[in-house]
Design a protein around this ligand. Structure first.
Ligand SMILES: [Zn+2]
Length: 407
């Protein structure tokens, strides 16, 4: 069985943490100077590991193995959210790198190997899963022309040119090359920690639907316009949100969540009845049937409100990610590996957050595992996992891949 080198694994993770250090976390948004430097560093570590490394035209970093036998693709991302944690992304990339090195050093692994990948911009500074979707051929040149940094507005073309990636070809997956895709990630929640568990075997990644709901009424004087004659877009939207919340409460599954992340009234003054109001509703679940019944209920409520007035209601779908199931055989391999290294300390669970694995699952079998997050904290500089848990997770991850490759 291949065995990982804990010092080498932790050493690489600590080194990656020095690019854009912020308090105990990192600030390494996509294509920032620190991010570009970390991508370059990663190619060097890949080369040291005997991989053919390159950075493509959208910033994906890939290290190709030279072996001729069975192969998996494994990785995650290395850019961070703004002023965020050091492990969200890097853990999965360095696990993949360490697994590739361990397999290479182990005579029992034979001619099997791992291609290591860091997908660019999983954190969505410029778009939605741009790196992994580009790797599947789902991102056009026009999409890149349009993409801008969500905080600073910098065009993606400009950022790519500054990084030195402009004009490079974009790599595309050859699905026949792989048995499948593996990704490890910190849990970013408290399921493992509260259960005193060490490994989460991901069953599937939740889907999410985003809808913009707009109410149009009549802007008017808030003192002289009687209640009966008002067409108050703001109040209409508040009532709708409340009705949707009540209805979703009846339709939800165990882990369904929904959020009104934004609500805006126009003109937004104390003495003016809003003539226009807009909200964004998001709902998530791991089961497409649950999402679809909530969507149907949403439409019903909005249509009914439109019929009865007093405002015109419209809806627009902003995002429709369907849930992605993880491969049953890979789940079993992760569970078997966990039973060996951490007996009784693994649990099967869905992922409530999005990851590149859900994109890869569209074309090849995918498997994913979680390690505990201290306090469940993530997307914050305090995000952390103990060295002990990091090392244990890497053992399980590497062993699971070896089991899949050996079959
Ligand atoms: Zn992540």
């Amino acid at each position: 069985m291949p065995s990982i080198n804990p010092d080498r694994l932790l050493g690489d993770l600590y080194k990656l943490r020095t690019f854009g250090t912020y308090k105990t976390g990192v600030h390494r948004p996509t294509f920032s100077p620190e991010d570009v430097a970390s991508r370059q560093w990663l190619t060097e570590r890949m080369t040291d590991a005997g991989l053919d490394a390159q950075i493509d035209g959208i910033g994906n970093v890939v290290g190709f193995t030279r072996v001729s036998g069975r192969k998996v693709l494994a990785g995650s991302h290395i850019e961070s959210q703004n002023y965020a944690g050091w492990l969200d992304g890097p853990l999965g990339v360095i696990y993949a790198l360490e697994a590739a090195r361990s397999l290479r050093e182990d005579p029992t692994t034979g001619d099997a190997g791992i291609d290591v990948i860091a997908f660019c911009d999983e954190e969505g500074h410029f778009g939605i899963f741009l790196g992994s979707r580009s790797f599947l051929g789902q991102v056009s040149e026009a999409d890149i022309d349009k993409a801008r940094d969500r905080m600073r507005g910098t065009p993606m073309r400009e950022a790519l040119a500054k990084a030195g990636y402009a004009g490079r070809p974009r790599l595309k997956i050859d699905p026949r090359r792989y048995v499948g895709y593996f990704e490890a990630h910190i849990e970013q929640g408290r399921t493992l920690e509260t259960g005193n568990l060490k490994v989460g075997v991901v069953t599937g990644l939740v889907g999410l639907f985003n809808y913009r709901i707009t109410a149009v009424g009549q802007q008017n004087h808030a003192g002289t316009t009687m209640m009966w004659e008002r067409r108050d877009a703001g109040l209409t939207l508040i009532r709708l949100a409340s009705a949707i919340d009540r209805r979703f409460g009846q339709l939800k599954a165990e882990r369904t969540v929904w959020t009104f992340g934004s609500m805006k009234f126009e003109p937004g003054e104390p003495s003016i009845i809003p003539g226009h109001a807009q909200a964004v509703l998001q709902f998530r679940d791991a089961d497409l049937a649950v999402l679809e019944r909530m969507e149907a209920a949403l439409f019903e409520i909005l249509d009914e409100a439109n019929r009865t007035g007093p405002c015109e209601i419209s809806r627009e779908n902003l995002r429709r990610n369907v849930p992605a199931a993880m491969d049953a055989g890979f789940q079993q391999a992760l569970e078997d590996a966990a039973a060996h290294h951490a007996p009784g300390l693994a649990i099967r669970m869905p992922s409530a957050a999005g990851h590149d694995a859900q994109i890869m699952a569209q074309v090849i079998p995918a498997g994913m595992m979680f390690v505990p997050s201290i306090g469940g904290i993530s997307h914050h500089w305090a995000e952390d996992t103990s060295d002990e848990d990091i090392v244990l997770g890497a053992r399980v991850f590497t062993d699971a891949i070896a089991r899949v490759l050996r079959v």
